[in-house]
Ligand binder design. Structure first.
Ligand SMILES: C[S@@+](CC[C@H](N)C(=O)[O-])C[C@H]1O[C@@H](n2cnc3c(N)ncnc32)[C@H](O)[C@@H]1O
Length: 215
C-alpha cells in the first residue's frame, strides 16, 4: 500500500476479509445519487477497478433493480469484493479479473454492459489506462451507453484546490506515472475512441464525475 493512498483516506483498512476505505464509505452515497439518474432498472453496470468492493456492494443493496458487475486486476481486492457481496442477491456478479491496460481486455467480459463505471482509478494508473478504458468501453457499450468516471481531475492543467494539488504531488512523488488526469486529455482520448464528453458533475470534496457517451 502506498504512502499516498494511506494519507489520502484511500488505503484499505481490514475488517476481516472485507476491506474498506474511509473515502469509499463517504462518497458511495453521493455517487449512487448521480447514478440513479443515469442508469435505468434492468441495466447492467460494469465497474472497473472496484478495489475493496465497498461501492459495488452498497450500489447492489441500495439499487437492486440494476445488475452490477465488479472487476479488479488485484486478487486481494477481488477477494474483498467477494466477501462484501457474499450475502447479496443475484444482481451482483463475482468480480472479474480485468486490467484496462491489457490488450483486448474487453474480451474478458461476457454478457450485456449498458454502462461502465470507474471510481478513483485513473490517477493511480499510468496515463495510458484511460485510452485502454475508453477503447474497451466503446467496444462493450451500445450506442448512447454511459462511461462514468469519478475522482479528482485537473481542469486546463490545474488541480481544483490545495488538497487536490497536494494529493497530485504526493501521487507523482510515489510513482512518476501516477497523478490527476486532465479533463482535456480525457475528452480528446474519449472522442478518439468514439465516446463524447457529455457532462461534468461537481461532487463533494473537490471531486467530479465525468460522463461520456458512446456515439
Ligand atoms: C485507489 S483504488 C480505488 C478503488 C475503488 N474504486 C474505490 O474508489 O475505493 C484503484 C483501484 O484501481 C485498480 N486498478 C489500477 N490499475 C488498473 C488497471 N489498469 N485496470 C483496472 N483496474 C486498475 C487497482 O487495483 C485498485 O483497486
Amino acid at each position: 500500500m502506498t504512502t499516498a493512498r494511506r494519507n489520502s483516506g484511500m488505503a484499505p483498512v481490514s475488517a476481516g476479509e472485507r476491506l474498506h476505505t474511509p473515502a469509499a464509505l463517504n462518497n458511495r452515497e453521493p455517487i449512487l445519487r448521480v447514478l440513479r439518474r443515469l442508469v435505468e432498472a434492468g441495466q447492467s453496470v460494469l465497474e472497473i477497478g472496484s478495489g475493496t468492493g465497498v461501492h459495488v456492494a452498497y450500489f447492489a443493496r441500495e439499487y437492486p433493480e440494476v445488475h452490477w458487475r465488479p472487476s479488479d486486476p488485484d486478487g486481494a481486492m477481488r477477494a474483498s469484493v467477494s466477501a462484501w457481496c457474499s450475502d447479496l442477491g443475484k444482481n451482483v456478479d463475482p468480480p472479474l479479473d480485468l486490467d484496462v491496460r491489457a490488450v483486448a481486455w474487453w474480451q474478458g467480459v461476457a454478457g450485456p454492459v449498458d454502462a461502465v463505471l470507474s471510481i478513483n482509478m485513473l490517477h493511480v494508473a499510468p496515463p495510458d489506462a484511460f485510452a485502454g478504458l475508453a477503447g474497451g468501453s466503446a467496444r462493450l457499450l451500445p450506442p448512447g451507453g454511459l462511461l462514468a468516471l469519478y475522482g479528482p481531475f485537473r481542469f486546463n492543467g490545474q488541480c481544483c484546490g490545495t488538497g487536490n494539488k497536494r494529493f497530485d504531488a504526493m501521487l507523482r512523488g510515489q510513482n512518476a506515472a501516477w497523478g490527476l488526469r486532465d479533463l482535456n486529455d480525457i475528452a480528446a482520448q474519449g472522442a478518439a475512441a468514439g465516446l463524447g464528453l457529455e457532462r461534468v458533475v461537481d461532487m463533494p470534496a473537490g471531486n467530479h464525475m465525468l460522463l461520456l457517451r458512446r456515439r
